[in-house]
Design a protein around this ligand. Structure first.
Ligand SMILES: NC(=O)c1ccc[n+]([C@@H]2O[C@H](COP(=O)([O-])OP(=O)(O)OC[C@H]3O[C@@H](n4cnc5c(N)ncnc54)[C@H](O)[C@@H]3O)[C@@H](O)[C@H]2O)c1
Ligand SMILES: [Zn+2]
Length: 710
């Protein structure tokens, strides 16, 4: 993401479709058994984003297997199971079913009303007790009399499938080799339609499924892979020829805004704060912004308003993006009343759609807030209950944009019928799956910023929040340590949930930039852990003005600056339960210390600042509390430096083992205090478990009578 992109030339040619090329390696394939070959083909297809979007599509092979009871050789359908992604799946991602039992299911089928009933029979066809559930697409593969079958939804194919000109284009590109079936929701009936169509058209080697994707087949794994790749390449080349030299979507009418990064940083927290509705308790949203070429081309185009209103067509897209995006007028973004009214209108539109389409046994209406928010000049924002879902929704809308570009190049883009869309969104069997999902972890949906996040206590705190589902931005002035800690967290918790910002908390502009980044990258802020700190030791007569100021700059002014930048973001969360600021104070902020007056009095200033802010923040739902650590030696970089020597000197002991023992023995509980212990107290104060507490202090020091609060 760049802050300044030159506005695209008004007549810039449309973005082209990627033309996939075969990545099959005979040397690799030669080492694989038939099931592994199916996996190899699946992974090759799924990891190529020009072929299929995340999770999209499924592959199958009918292979010989040995019946564990009879020892007889039997025909087994290996088909990608429910859930997962063909790009990254392993062999255990395939469901295995007796092919003869699957064919026998025809006896239970009387017509389209039996689709849901047929799903219930699939587990009875399982081969070798395989625990992987068979997906809704299993009948498509089972009912086709071919050994190897691929079903994918690449943009170039859906562009044909979702265009008024798609059927004609299919004939033009492939002659009679690829057939065309009108829209039918995935399920057993679609499998029957496909089987009958292929029986009636023996020359076809694949079938376009209108509004959906393509299914094709071959006699061996390599031929099937090449066939699939070849069909996608044919479609992409055909569309590129149609698009060549012309701007997409009627041409650009709004140029990318050079200031878009700043505008989005301001806008996202306001939208997030307003994403409540008739139905509350959907938890907080995570946001994701993209100003990629597709998003800017589409949102800035002449046909944007018309096409955005049509919504997404492919079920794969639409389940992620909701029936339609919310579009906003870039000229009115500064007006909160306008944003609130737009969201209200969207929720009313969604509720009306639910009421129009619901059936007697439909599940209750779900969250009515928009997932996709589009603004000309800014691009695409997406909101969901976690960051990965928000990012994926954005990527799926990017796919939908590609589909619209291609579909409009050969005819008119066609949306999915509303009732069909509803029946997929509120499909009872999907609802059952949703009901079985474990309750989300307590920090899912929360966004935290941790200063000094590359240090001992900061990193432990971030890990604690991440482990329970929060998204975290680490801010620290130590760039190398920050990158190392950030990379470690990305490996442990996934890239989506962690960001880092190099920032000195004494630099007003750098602090604001870090908070802006948090707003832009995650959508707002719920938790601030003000922790960046130093320690110094000197008798009063040897305390220089420079040393005094250094302590006050980091520990008093740094806490002030970060809290000040947090407030406007946090105020947006009032309607959703508020926000929490946690200051890392010190035992020395409450108990007097020898030879550390600059440090201890600066910590006391921070402690009192927390109480002032608790008072000021309460009307906005902002809680402010303090955790006072003491003697956290292990893991802390403060204790790597001079502080260790100075403290040892002040206590008249050796700076090694003796020091740790000294602090242990000095504590009432005679125990070490670890960064994880501090993190646990911060977690409590950051979470709803402490929702009724503000202006408090928790000492985490293994017990120190001097520091008892009163
Ligand atoms: N370790 C203890 O015994 C102890 C006791 C009481 C209070 N504390 C407080 O806990 C907090 C964390 O300390 P720690 O023990 O984890 O130390 P640490 O040195 O391991 O971590 C502190 C982090 O803050 C960063 N930092 C320092 N100045 C900064 C600035 N101006 N801008 C941005 N980042 C800056 C450092 O780069 C470091 O990564 C500090 O506020 C400290 O005063 C620690
Ligand atoms: Zn499909």
């Amino acid at each position: 993401m760049q802050d300044t992109l030159a506005p695209a030339a008004a007549a810039r040619a449309a973005l082209p479709f990627a033309v996939p090329a075969s990545r099959w390696d005979d040397a690799v394939a030669a080492t694989l058994n038939p099931a592994e070959l199916l996996l190899y083909r699946s992974n090759l297809l799924g990891s190529d984003l020009t072929v299929t979007n995340f999770g999209g599509g499924n592959t199958s092979a009918k292979l010989a297997g040995t019946d564990p009871l009879t020892g007889a050789t039997t025909n087994v359908l290996w088909v990608k199971g429910s859930g997962g992604d063909i790009g990254s799946m392993k062999l255990d991602g395939f469901a295995t079913l007796y092919q003869d039992k699957l064919l026998g299911l025809a006896a239970h089928y009387a017509g389209p009303d039996d689709d849901d009933k047929m799903v219930g029979f699939l587990p009875h066809c399982t081969f070798k007790l395989n625990a992987r559930a068979a997906s809704i697409d299993t009948p498509l593969h089972a009912l086709l009399p071919f050994a190897h079958v691929d079903h994918v939804h690449p943009d170039a194919i859906i562009a044909l499938a979702a265009s008024s000109g798609g059927e004609a284009a299919t004939r033009e590109i492939w002659g009679g080799r690829i057939g065309w079936l009108s829209w039918k929701r995935p399920g057993y009936t679609l499998g029957v339609m496909l089987r009958d169509y292929v029986a009636a058209h023996p020359q076809v080697r694949g079938v376009m499924l209108a509004g959906h994707g393509i299914i094709c087949w071959a006699d061996d794994a390599k031929a099937c892979y090449d066939h699939t790749i070849g069909l996608i390449a044919d479609a992409a080349r055909y569309l590129n020829a149609k698009l060549a030299g012309k701007p997409a979507f009627g041409g650009q009418v709004v140029a990318p805004d050079a200031n878009r990064a700043a505008i989005v940083a301001d806008l996202m927290p306001r939208l997030r704060g307003l994403m409540t509705g008739q139905i509350l308790n959907f938890g907080r949203k995570l946001g994701h912004w993209s100003d990629d070429a597709e998003a800017l081309e589409f949102t800035g185009s002449a046909h944007f308003a018309r096409l955005a209103a049509v919504g997404t067509s492919c079920p794969d897209h639409f389940l992620r993006t909701k029936i339609a995006p919310l579009t906003l007028d870039p000229a009115r973004l500064g007006d909160d009343a306008y944003l609130a009214e737009q969201l209200e209108t969207y929720r009313a539109m969604y509720a009306a759609y639910y009421t129009r389409c619901k059936r007697a046994n439909s599940p209750a209406m779900r969250d009515s807030n928009p997932v996709v928010v589009l603004v000309p000049g800014l691009g695409r924002m997406t909101f969901a209950t976690d960051k990965t879902t928000a990012r994926l929704a954005g990527e799926f809308y990017g796919n939908a944009i590609n589909v619209m570009r291609g579909a409009e190049a050969i005819g008119e883009y066609i949306a999915l019928d509303e009732q069909e869309a509803f029946d997929i969104e509120y499909w009872l069997l999907e609802e059952a799956k949703l009901q079985r999902m474990p309750a989300p972890r307590p920090m899912v949906g929360r966004i935290a910023l941790v200063t000094g996040g590359a240090g001992g206590i900061g990193a432990a705190t971030a890990a604690r929040l991440l482990a329970d589902g929060a998204c975290v931005l680490l801010a620290d002035r130590d760039e190398a340590a920050l990158d190392a800690v950030g990379d470690g967290f990305a490996q442990r918790f996934g890239k989506d949930v962690i960001r880092v910002a190099t920032c000195d908390v004494t630099d007003e502009n750098a602090v604001q930039a870090a908070f802006d980044m948090c707003a832009r990258e995650f959508g707002g802020l719920d938790i601030l852990v003000a922790n960046a700190g130093i320690a110094s030791s000197a008798p009063i007569e040897e305390t220089t003005v420079a040393l005094w100021r250094k302590n006050y700059d980091v520990l008093a002014e740094g806490y002030f600056l970060t809290a000040r930048s947090a407030f406007p973001l946090m105020k947006r969360m009032k309607a959703q339960g508020g926000a929490s600021i946690v200051f890392i104070g010190s035992k020395n902020g409450v108990a007097a210390a020898t030879n550390a007056s600059a440090y201890a009095s600066a910590k006391a200033a921070a402690n009192h600042l927390a109480r002032c802010l608790a008072l000021e923040g309460a009307p906005s739902g902002i809680r402010v509390n303090t955790v006072n650590p003491d003697a956290v030696i292990r893991g802390s970089k403060i204790w790597d430096g001079d502080w260790r020597q100075e403290r040892a000197g002040a206590h008249g002991i050796d700076a090694g083992q003796e020091l740790e023992e000294h602090y242990r023995q000095r504590s009432l509980l005679k125990r070490d205090v670890l960064p994880e212990d501090i993190a646990e107290a911060v977690f409590f104060l950051a979470s709803d478990a402490s929702a009724k507490s503000t202006g408090n202090m928790i000492n985490v020091d293994a017990g120190n009578a001097q520091a008892f609060t009163r």
